[in-house]
Ligand binder design. Structure first.
Ligand code: NDP
Length: 242
């Protein structure tokens, strides 16, 4: 029986590439999204992957969605916590709304979704959880105290869940992408990209969503059971952690 994978924010950008890569590997994939129906329908029509619309920051909505996916595809074996947003401002101009939106969407979401699949994974003695953090959660970034806090929070969350899941063959790992060529990065002004980002990427280019997807495929595999609590940096050499 094919394994079932849920990719939050799986209809666009990095998530889209993850959904497609897992589907090509034979997983039965559910891709979730927040509100961009047009992109989701286009994605679903092109790939045949079913899509589920809900807010990952809303626990009750996540609960309904997890129940629906389980009903449609079967119990969830692989969870990729990928959905994320930015609301940038330096701290002295950061609003409580910006702070709250980012923590809720990028960090609370990981609790919501993981909490809702963990009992079933424990019961079946198998699970693969992959969280998508960011280089900016590793090293900080000007204007991103909210985003860096949420993404760094995912690193701690991953380590704790890895310890708790180990005896039940549930792994939990985190990927920290550098700058990837998606709509999120396209929103960065061109002059900032050319003067402040590209010169600091040793490989000399942005990453691709497919390069992050292959990290997920690796960590999600049945035979990746010895890798847990790890952070996989995929950033073109921009930040080399010890
Ligand atoms: P995109 O903006 O291209 O796509 C985001 C996806 O998440 C969309 O499917 C979107 O749904 C969904 N989403 C956003 N908010 C919610 C929500 N509240 N509930 C459910 N789904 C939601 O993002 P990227 O592909 O660029 O980023 C994906 C992940 O990778 C994020 O966690 C991001 O922080 C991280 N990352 C990205 C980097 C980059 O360079 N792009 C670098 C490092 C990390 P909808 O289409 O409906 O809006």
């Amino acid at each position: 029986m094919a394994r079932v994978a849920v990719v939050t924010g799986g209809t666009r950008g990095i998530g889209e590439a993850i959904s497609i890569a897992l589907s090509r590997k034979g997983y039965r994939v559910a891709a979730t999204y927040a509100g961009n129906d047009e992109a989701a329908q286009r994605f679903s029509a092109a790939t045949g992957i079913p899509v589920y619309k809900f807010d990952v920051g809303d626990y009750d909505a996540c609960e309904k969605a997890v129940a629906q996916v389980t009903h449609d595809l079967g119990p969830i074996d692989v969870l990729v916590n990928n959905a994320g947003i930015t609301r940038d401002a330096p701290l002295h101009r950061m609003t409580r709304a910006y702070w709250g939106d980012v923590i809720r969407t990028n960090l609370d979401s990981a609790f919501n979704m993981t909490r809702l699949v963990i009992d079933s994974m424990r019961g079946r003695n198998f699970g693969r959880i992959v969280n998508i953090s960011s280089i900016n959660g590793r090293k900080g970034q000007f204007g991103q105290s909210n985003y860096a806090a949420a993404k760094a929070g995912l690193l701690g969350f991953t380590k704790a869940v890895a310890l708790e899941g180990a005896a039940k063959n549930i792994t939990c790992n985190v990927i920290a992408p550098g700058y990837i060529n998606t709509e999120m990065v396209a929103a960065v002004p061109k002059d900032i990209l050319e003067s402040k980002i590209l010169p600091f990427i040793p490989v000399g280019r942005l990453g691709t969503a497919e390069e992050i997807a292959r990290c997920v495929v690796f960590l999600a595999a049945d035979d990746a059971g010895f890798i847990t609590g790890a952070c996989l940096d995929a950033n073109g050499g921009q930040y080399i952690a010890s």
